[in-house]
Design a protein around this ligand. Structure first.
Ligand code: AMP
Length: 215
């Protein structure tokens, strides 16, 4: 079973996907997390992806499609996947359909998280990440226990390079131009559900939980 958590940067896809992973046993597949891990490991893929990510641009389709294909083709991969941050373009959506069909799988549902733009910008500027292990926090909604160091590994948390306000605006524009058109693509399949993603993390999780079974 494959569920896509859809929506603009900063609507809380990653936060909710992590909760679904912990509490409902879904496998969380975030292309953003995979790319950031490649950057931390200083792989050639990571070095090339960083130049796009720091500017708020999309990494080329073939790179991200390759990352997802590897996971979906993995024989030991779990049955239930939450896709977070993928697909982001028409080409990625078509490639996803093809790769799932090739493995006898299909998309179960697409949940479109909706948050007004002014709230998105505020939320993202409050986000902090751990540069060592990648854990993500929000200074208001979900701060590290002592406000400074990562709860998991103790490293000082920082603002992501692409979470600076001018880069957020660019990412939102890229979302409108390249990713939002997929809403009509998935509406046509009858699988898309809109979800109000404003409010407390736990309240949003409850709303989302009504659409997501246990994996
Ligand atoms: P995210 O963590 O999902 O907000 O992604 C952070 C950045 O990683 C994006 O702004 C893009 O530069 C890159 N990225 C993540 N997923 C994709 C994707 N599916 N296609 C292209 N670029 C991506």
């Amino acid at each position: 079973m494959i569920i896509i958590l859809f929506g603009a940067p900063g609507v809380g896809k990653g936060t909710q996907a992590k909760l679904l992973q912990e509490r409902r046993n879904w496998f969380h597949l975030s292309t953003g997390d995979l790319l950031r891990a490649a950057i931390r490991d200083q792989t050639p893929l990571g070095k090339s992806a960083k130049t796009y990510m720091d500017k708020g641009e999309l990494v080329p389709d073939d790179v991200v499609i390759g990352l997802v294909e590897e996971k979906i083709a993995d024989k030991s991969a779990p049955e239930g996947f939450i896709l977070d941050g993928f697909p982001r373009t028409q080409a990625q959506a078509r490639a996803l359909d093809d790769m799932l069909a090739a493995h006898g799988k299909s998309i179960s549902s697409v949940i479109n998280l909706i948050v007004p733009e002014n709230m998105i910008v505020h939320r993202i500027t409050q986000r902090r990440v751990c540069p060592s292990c990648g854990a993500s926090y929000n200074l208001e909604a979900n701060p590290p226990k002592n406000g400074i160091n990562c709860d998991a590994c103790g490293t000082v948390v920082t603002l992501r390079e692409d979470d600076r306000e001018e880069t957020i605006r660019k990412r939102l524009k890229v979302y409108e131009d390249k990713t939002a058109p997929l809403i009509s693509y998935y509406t046509m399949t009858g699988k898309l559900t809109d979800l109000d993603a404003v409010g407390e993390i736990e309240d949003i999780y409850k709303r989302l939980g009504n659409h997501v079974p246990r994996a």
